[in-house]
Design a protein around this ligand. Structure first.
Ligand code: HEC
Ligand code: HEC
Length: 258
């Protein structure tokens, strides 16, 4: 279903049109483009470990479950992302392969929008980042997995001086996640990107080297540009700091190891 273009109004767009698996579930654009060519106001985030997020979307939309979230791209009209309607449901429901698969997954139920989003969410919950150098360093106890530079960058990242880890924390290097032992409420921060005073969720930094451009509006093209932004911003909870050229390379090397 994730790759199913018949879920869109003109049979050309699927979830994977924007969340492209070979681009680590992003699209390489600053802001997403919907099926009719309209531009979205936001950048397409990766879907790695997204099932853990305490809230979904860049902003505080009140959406906490994948099943709720998936209705947005399917049904959104500002902009039209996929343009799903009953017509699309009828096409899917008439497909023999889907009839069989849905009968197995949802016995004795009709193929409905509700079951389509349940199927999608079950898949999205399985989307995991590839094993990174940092994973090998941490979980395989492989001290050679990180370069000297990246190790120095790790120290900087977790330092009180930079305080990156105050907001990018836990297994996703992100805002709060939920799991069987934690139902932490979502948190949103103002980081002043593009002069914005709106609060955003701290996104995951997993596989961050692959998912440029960055930030809610895709306005920063490189990790160096992101660090420059933090160095030149004065907003609450973001530390005031200046890095030497060497320290900047170290921090970038660490981010690239994630
Ligand atoms: C037009 C491009 C586009 C299409 C098509 C699209 N998405 Fe998205 N997706 C986005 C954008 C942009 C966001 C950020 C929206 C926001 O912050 O409100 C997003 C956010 C998400 C999120 C929240 C991620 C997080 O961690 O906050 C999930 C989950 C998601 N999409 C899944 C899907 C699924 C499943 C489909 C297919 C039914 C889909 N998307 C189709 C562009 C798209
Ligand atoms: C006060 C909380 C906070 C602190 C401290 C913070 N971040 Fe962020 N970070 C965020 C938020 C919120 C966003 C999204 C902002 C936006 O899109 O406008 C973000 C976005 C990012 C992104 C872009 C992610 C993407 O997918 O687009 C990177 C990279 C990043 N931060 C790295 C860092 C580093 C490195 C530090 C330390 C120097 C740091 N952050 C400190 C909250 C924070």
């Amino acid at each position: 279903m994730f790759n199913e273009t018949r879920l869109s109004v003109d049979n050309t767009y699927s979830c994977a049109s924007c969340h492209q698996p070979n681009r680590h579930f992003t699209d390489g654009l600053s802001k997403a483009i919907g099926v009719t060519g309209e531009q979205h106001s936001l950048n397409t985030p990766t879907l790695y470990n997204t099932g853990f997020n305490a809230s979904l979307g860049w902003q505080d939309t009140g959406i906490t479950e994948l099943e709720q979230q998936h209705l947005v791209p399917l049904l959104n009209t500002h902009p039209i992302e996929m343009g799903y309607s009953n017509q699309q449901r009828n096409v899917i429901a008439a497909d023999k392969q889907y009839q069989q698969a849905f009968e197995v997954a949802f016995p004795d139920q009709q193929i409905s929008l509700e079951n389509i989003v349940r199927a999608l969410a079950s898949y999205v919950r399985t989307i995991r980042p590839p094993t990174s150098a940092f994973d090998n360093y941490l979980f395989q106890d492989d001290s050679t997995a990180l370069s000297k530079q990246a190790k120095a960058g790790l120290e900087l990242f977790f330092s009180e001086r930079l305080s990156c880890s105050h907001c990018h924390a836990s297994l996703n290097f992100s805002g709060p996640i939920k799991h069987s032992l934690s139902q932490a409420p979502p948190v949103f921060h103002v980081t002043g990107v593009g002069g914005s005073i709106k609060p955003f969720r701290a996104p995951t930094l997993r596989a961050i080297r692959h998912t440029a451009p960055y930030m809610h509006n895709g306005s920063l093209a490189t990790l160096t540009a992101v660090i420059d932004h933090y160095e030149n911003t004065s907003v609450e909870r973001v530390a005031v700091f200046k890095l030497s050229q060497q320290e900047r390379s170290q921090l970038v090397a660490f981010l690239q190891s994630l």
